[in-house]
Design a protein around this ligand. Structure first.
Ligand SMILES: [Zn+2]
Length: 527
């Protein structure tokens, strides 16, 4: 069910608090011990502070009004609890029937940067507010948006939609949530921009698109074999008038995608190859091609994985799942660039027909590949997908995959690695990631590691040494991009899921990557 988001402008706090049986979340910039960095709103609030709220050393306008309603009790409580609006700080204020709203939560935003509030801060604030509403089991939420954040209504709507996300499809009886957050009022103290409705609608559609990627990633492997993942792409294409092509196992063989077929051989669930595309109404400024790994379950194949943690391998299709969400978001945005998304989908299982270590296969690119470890299947299906993608002659080719555990060893579980074949591509991709507020760190393509992939019996081995595993994965993929100049590979194995809710991400699948790729698309359309 879709959230109902309404923007109310020039809302005095009293109106926000008058909402019956609702949770009111008030964003607060850091205000105590404030330096020159303190926000303008705080300074404006200073005169009013002399009446109420003088308990706060430098209160913000919204707090002052709230404090007045409670005869100074809120500032006294905030002082006692040492609430200073620091980032990640929250203060739950019970209302005891003093106002109709059941609970008020003050949400700390940290120091406000003098250079301005970023869209990422706005999305993060709204995401935290929505997560809080879900935790508090509120069906309706009022978010009092502080000054600065109100300039980013689209990201506020994105954050609300992302933060309210839960994967509850398989819960029944008592476990099934009886009620869920359905209504959000965004209360602006100032005037709303004229396009407020369009901005929130766009933000909501983008949030829902990322949630779609999360849904696919959270879906168990028994419910999401390659054919179902391909079907999800078709549903999005139909709903948004995108072009879509799906190749079944027969077509995959006919098109000589031998590596993709080889990986899928060990499963009864046949592989699928998906090509989604969007073209703008006018002339396209650029052509961006994205590729995603769609291993719907990765047992490791004959090089089988240890039992512990194998269930997590249902998320091994997150790169492809990201493609579905990305294209839904692109369809909402209608940018003036051409965007293609390619998904290589297979299940890696150890059946009697499974591919083996030592096997040699051809590929769409023509190169022959010697199989070393059947658990390094992602780069094989991607090699054929990249060979297909290069024929589209992209200005920028981006691959994304939960490719290696080595990447987690290098950067931890909250940050992805990315590799780029040109400085231009690296700069552009890095800027997009920053703009989106996701964490990805550039890693080097160390040429010496290529030596370890030399094969005596085929053109190339598909794995190298144990050390530098994420890098050799990237080097292997690079073999299949032909003369594409701008290529980026993102190894997203860590952040596609999270054990701990943070910012706009609840626990579980995050859809990590989609927002960065979308920002890449928007940047290309802007230039
Ligand atoms: Zn694997």
């Amino acid at each position: 069910m879709s959230l109902q988001i309404t923007v109310r402008s020039s809302t005095p706090l009293a109106t926000a608090l008058a909402a019956d049986d609702e949770l009111v979340v008030i964003g607060c910039w850091a205000f105590a011990g404030s330096s020159a960095k303190t926000d303008k709103g705080a300074r404006r609030g200073k005169s009013a502070a002399t009446k109420a709220g003088k308990g706060l050393s430098e209160p913000i306008a919204e707090l002052v009004e709230l404090d007045a309603r409670f005869h100074g009790a809120v500032s006294a409580y905030a002082r006692r609890e040492d609430f200073k609006g620091k980032r990640e700080q929250t203060l739950r204020v019970p209302t005891f029937g003093r106002v109709p709203a059941r609970t008020i939560v003050l949400l700390g935003l940290g120091e406000r940067d003098a250079k301005g509030v970023t869209p990422v801060e706005a999305r993060s604030f709204a995401g935290r507010a929505a997560r809080m509403a879900v935790t508090e089991k509120a069906t309706a939420l009022v978010v009092v948006v502080p000054s600065g954040i109100d300039a980013h209504l689209r990201q506020v709507a994105e954050g609300l939609t992302l933060g309210a996300y839960r994967f509850t499809k398989y819960l029944t009886g008592d476990r099934k949530p009886k009620e869920s957050l359905s209504k959000v009022t965004v209360a602006l103290t100032g005037k709303a921009p004229r396009d407020a409705k369009a901005l929130t609608e766009l933000g909501q559609r983008i949030g829902e698109a990322v949630n779609l990627s999360r849904d696919l990633s959270n879906e168990p492997a028994n419910e999401l074999p390659p054919a179902a993942l391909a079907h999800a792409a078709q549903v999005v294409a139909r709903a948004n008038r995108l072009k879509v092509q799906v190749f079944d196992a027969k077509e995959i063989v006919r098109r000589k995608m031998h590596l993709l077929y080889a990986v899928g051989r060990g499963s009864r669930n046949e592989p699928r190859f998906v090509h989604l595309s969007y073209s703008p109404a006018g002339k396209a400024k650029k052509r961006l091609v994205f590729v995603g790994k769609g291993i719907t379950f990765d047992s490791g194949g004959l090089s089988i994985k240890p039992a512990a943690g194998m269930g997590e391998m249902k998320h091994d299709m997150s790169g492809a799942g990201n493609m579905v969400g990305l294209m839904a978001a692109v369809a909402a945005l209608k940018p003036s660039v051409e965007v293609h998304a390619i998904m290589a989908c297979a299940e890696n299982m150890p059946d009697g027909d499974a591919y083996r270590p030592g096997d040699i296969f051809g590929s769409l690119d023509g190169k022959t590949v010697e199989i070393i470890n059947t658990d390094a299947e992602g780069r094989l299906v991607l090699a054929d997908a990249l060979a297909y993608a290069k024929a589209l002659k992209p200005d920028l080719l981006v691959n994304n995959a939960t490719l290696t555990g080595a990447c987690l060893v290098a950067l931890g579980s909250g940050c992805s690695a990315f590799y780029a074949t040109s400085e231009d591509a690296a700069a552009e991709f890095g800027a997009a990631v920053k703009e989106a507020g996701e964490q990805m760190w550039r890693m080097p393509l160390i040429e010496e590691l290529r030596e370890a992939m030399r094969s005596d019996v085929a053109d190339i081995k598909h794995t190298g040494d144990r050390y530098g595993g994420s890098i050799t994965g990237a080097l292997f993929l690079r073999e299949f991009i032909g003369d594409v100049k701008n290529f980026v590979h993102a190894d997203i194995a860590g952040p596609v899921t999270t054990e701990r809710a943070f910012s706009w991400n609840p626990k579980g699948a995050t859809g990590h990557g989609v927002l960065s790729y979308l920002s890449l698309v928007e940047r290309a359309a802007r230039t």
